[in-house]
Ligand binder design. Structure first.
Ligand code: C2E
Ligand code: CA
Ligand code: CA
Length: 534
């Protein structure tokens, strides 16, 4: 009986050891640690030993208590080895799972769950290494920033999640969708057919056509898409991403369904880089000039003031137009330094105008970046106190879209500035996302109707109707009104009849250098007599 018992548990121990060999091998392969190799050799050695002892017991006619004790200890040893190996395997599996989850987190965007920029880089590198054709589409949502700013980041985040889901569902499964950050997505397709790109673009636009119901809002979004291809256009990830961005910006600018990258897009970008580099130097060396364009008071036909307009002279005598360099400056903090310089120069000029007996109201253009500048209020206050100016001599022009970028913050800034005594004018009125709520909620004292509406009022009933109702609206809101871009007498007379307060335009004068402007104002009394009888 003792014989059978001892033999059975040793054989059972041998079986346990045999079963441990599999997991030990697996762990060794995964962990590649020499310790596990030693353990495997030991297990094999034990198995041989256990078999030897079994054979020895088998040959004995009887076993004593010590033999039974030995076989029990051997069985316990085998159990111990089997348990240690099993537990080690299960902890290793858990570690592997959490490492895999971490790898996946590092490659996925936490908000939308979509593959992220890092994943895109890995994927593009894999295609490039394999010399496999692919199209890269960069997609940016239009006006997302406005939604985010106006309705809050919570709604903005929900919208991004929904857009991500919608696009993922709509795109075929062999096409990969990534979120690059913010409202930017990327799509990679390895199908080498030009019709295929168009097909993907159609899917994207089609899937964004429906409105997204988020909280209590019905939101609609659209996308600008830029496309580039490997290997035709670029050979490296950095170049291809840049090309996709350039094409996407071109698509946004021209409101195209999509833009294919081509070299002609580069010239604009190269020019921008060149301008940005030159701008820094121009600001440090104060190479700008301020020109003044008169603003006429229609009720008295006298010069009420002027708009200060930047000019950037070049060595060859030409000028770079503000339309070109202001946008570049707005892409960095350079614009804030420019505005500071303009405010300083304007306040000095106002003093010098006063010295010549001219009490003029000067308009300064503020950029969206100025309204976001946390120092703007103190900068304005500093200029006002330093030059002890009377408040009504300085007016700040801001476009509607600049006001729309972060309404709560802009409102606060505008209120503080207007409490300091300055008046705001809404520039290019009618061209942005005009909102009557803006007029009601923001401290605005003047509306400047954009010249695109003024140009044709003598011939277009629609433009005339818009101008008439804008004047009516302004009057009822207690704002005064300026019409810009007045180029002929007929338009000027029509605006006088409509009750417009001020006019500005080439008919009266183009922007002029400061000294020419002073001379123009001093001479204007005689000219005004002529204008009045026109
Ligand atoms: P804006 O604020 O709408 O300025 C009026 C622009 O219209 C000026 O162009 C002016 O020369 C032009 N203009 C005036 N009257 C007429 C007219 O009768 N017919 C036509 N066709 N055009 C007329 P400019 O000086 O080239 O300025 C362009 C834009 O650059 C300005 O548009 C403004 O947005 C920006 N800008 C100019 N100076 C500054 C500045 O100091 N700071 C900032 N942030 N922006 C500025
Ligand atoms: Ca302006
Ligand atoms: Ca304007």
């Amino acid at each position: 009986m003792l014989h059978v018992f001892a033999l059975s548990i040793i054989l059972l121990g041998t079986i346990l050891l045999l079963f441990s060999l599999g997991p030990v091998n697996h762990i060794y392969k995964t962990d590649n640690n020499a310790g596990w190799r030693v353990l495997r050799a030991l297990v094999l050695f034990f198995i041989a030993g256990y078999l030897g002892v079994s054979y020895y017991f088998f040959l004995q006619s009887s076993l004593n208590a010590a033999d039974v004790m030995v076989s029990t200890i051997m069985f316990a040893g085998a159990c111990f080895v089997a348990l240690v190996v099993r537990f080690s395997l299960s902890s290793l599996n858990k570690l592997e799972q959490s490492a895999a989850a971490e790898r996946s987190n590092a490659l996925h965007d936490s908000l939308t769950g979509l593959p992220n920029r890092k994943f895109l880089m890995d994927c593009l590198q894999e295609h490039i290494d394999a010399r496999r054709y692919f199209s890269l589409l960069i997609l940016d949502l239009n006006r997302f920033k406005q939604i985010n700013d106006a309705l809050g980041h919570y709604v903005g985040d929900l919208l991004l999640i929904r857009v991500g889901q919608k696009l993922k569902q709509a795109l075929p499964s062999d096409i990969q969708l990534f979120r690059l950050g913010g409202d930017e997505f990327a799509i990679v397709s390895t199908k080498d057919e030009s019709a295929h790109t168009r097909h993907i673009v159609d899917i994207i636009h089609h899937s964004l056509e429906t409105t997204f119901e988020i909280e209590d809002y019905e939101l609609s979004v659209s996308a600008s898409i830029g496309v580039t291809h490997f290997p035709e256009n670029g050979q490296s990830i950095g170049v291809l991403l840049q090309q996709g961005d350039l094409a996407m910006y071109a698509s946004k600018k021209h409101s195209n369904l999509y833009t294919e990258y081509d070299e002609s897009l580069e010239s604009g970008a190269a020019e921008k880089v060149h301008i940005a580099a030159q701008l820094k130097e121009a600001i440090s060396l104060e190479k700008f000039e301020l020109w003044y364009q008169p603003i006429i008071d229609l009720s008295t036909n006298s010069i009420h003031g002027a708009e200060a307009l930047l000019r950037w002279p070049q060595a060859d005598g030409s000028y770079i137009a503000p339309d070109k360099f202001i946008k570049v400056a707005e892409q960095s903090a350079l614009i804030n330094r420019i505005t500071e310089w303009v405010m300083q120069r304007v306040s000095e000029d106002i003093e010098s105008f006063s010295g010549s007996g001219l009490e003029l109201c000067i308009h300064i253009n503020l950029s969206v970046k100025d309204l976001q500048d946390p120092m703007i209020v103190s900068k304005v206050r500093k200029v006002l106190t330093k030059h002890a100016m009377k408040d009504h001599k300085l007016m700040l022009e801001v476009t509607e879209s600049a006001m729309m970028t972060d309404i709560a913050q802009v409102k606060n800034t505008m209120q503080q500035i207007s409490e300091a005594g300055l008046v705001f004018s809404i520039d290019d009125f009618g061209t942005g996302y005009s909102s009557l709520a803006l007029l009601r909620d923001l401290p605005v004292g003047q509306i400047k109707i954009d010249r695109s509406f003024i140009r044709n009022i003598a011939n277009s009933n629609a433009d005339l109707a818009i101008v008439k109702s804008t004047i009516y609206l302004a009057q009822n809101l207690g704002c005064n009104i300026v019409a810009e871009g007045v180029e002929d007498a007929e338009t000027a007379n029509l605006l006088t009849d409509l009750g417009c307060d001020f006019v500005q335009g080439y008919y009266y004068s183009k922007p002029q250098r400061r000294d020419d402007f002073v001379y123009f104002v001093q001479q204007y009394d005689q000219q005004s007599a002529v204008l009045l009888v026109k």
